[in-house]
Write a protein that binds this ligand. Structure first.
Ligand code: 0RA
Length: 230
């Protein structure tokens, strides 16, 4: 019988903020997060429908859904979407900003809430559907799937007078959450570059995005969504 060996793209160590750098601080939470990201990268279509043009555009709708939820909660008024020349995407909203406070993830370990939101599949607990309104239609699979399927994913948060930044690759943190100066703004910016090793095409179509974003704006009166193609 032929045997197939598969490379599983999970690092030996999952970097945990506040961890001691060795392997002794894995928690149930860390392992669940790693398994979740791995599942998404192994079977992307199960989470976003396809790895073709549809799935590629679905990534944008997932991120925008999070900002629309923030509008439904009564905070965000504007969402800006930009298609960059390298076919990376930026989504900016003027909501409360993803929380940056440290939260316990078991075994006495702490992780910034934003890291949990962006890496945990179906983020549960205080971020689940019971406390967070859905923007209409099927509930999205979440921004953690977009993160898992992006070769670059950067978040910038403006909250409580500060700017915060954190970087990911294939869903894994490649930086700590860092304070990057002061800001009077409020909101969240997500920038991502879809993983070229996963998608059949990584070229965004302005009209496809425009049509869907127009529908989202129509369904949410009082919300302004702009789309810019660089
Ligand atoms: C979890 C809790 C809160 C806000 C958000 C998530 C949030 C997520 C996204 C994603 C894109 N834009 C977003 N804006 C907010 C509530 C925070 C609070 O209670 O202040």
């Amino acid at each position: 019988m032929a045997t197939k060996t598969m490379a599983i793209e999970v690092p030996d160590e999952y970097p945990v903020s506040g961890g001691n750098g060795d392997n002794s601080t894995y928690t149930g939470e860390n392992i669940k997060i790693l398994e979740g990201l791995e599942a998404v990268r192994l079977r992307p279509a199960m989470y976003i429908g396809s790895t073709g043009e549809m799935g590629l555009h679905h990534l944008v709708y997932e991120v925008v859904d999070n900002s629309v939820d923030e509008a439904l909660a009564g905070y965000a008024k504007r969402i800006e979407v930009v298609i960059h020349v390298d076919n990376s995407i930026t989504v900016v909203d003027d909501g409360r900003g993803i929380p940056v406070d440290m939260m316990p993830v078991g075994n006495g370990q702490m992780m910034p809430a934003v890291q949990v939101v962006l890496t945990k599949l179906h983020a549960g607990g205080k971020f689940d559907a019971s406390t967070y309104k859905v923007s209409g239609g099927l509930h999205g699979v979440g921004v953690s799937c977009v993160n898992a399927l992006s070769q670059e994913f950067n978040v910038e948060i403006w909250r409580d007078g500060h700017t915060w930044e954190m970087d990911f690759s294939c869903g894994l943190p490649i930086s700590e959450l860092r304070q990057a100066g002061t800001s009077k703004k409020r909101g969240t910016k997500v920038h991502f570059l879809p993983d070229k090793s996963i998608f059949a095409t990584t070229e965004y179509n302005y009209d496809t995005l425009a049509q869907r974003l127009r529908e989202m704006a129509f369904l949410n009166k009082g919300l302004e969504i702009t789309l810019t193609d660089e």
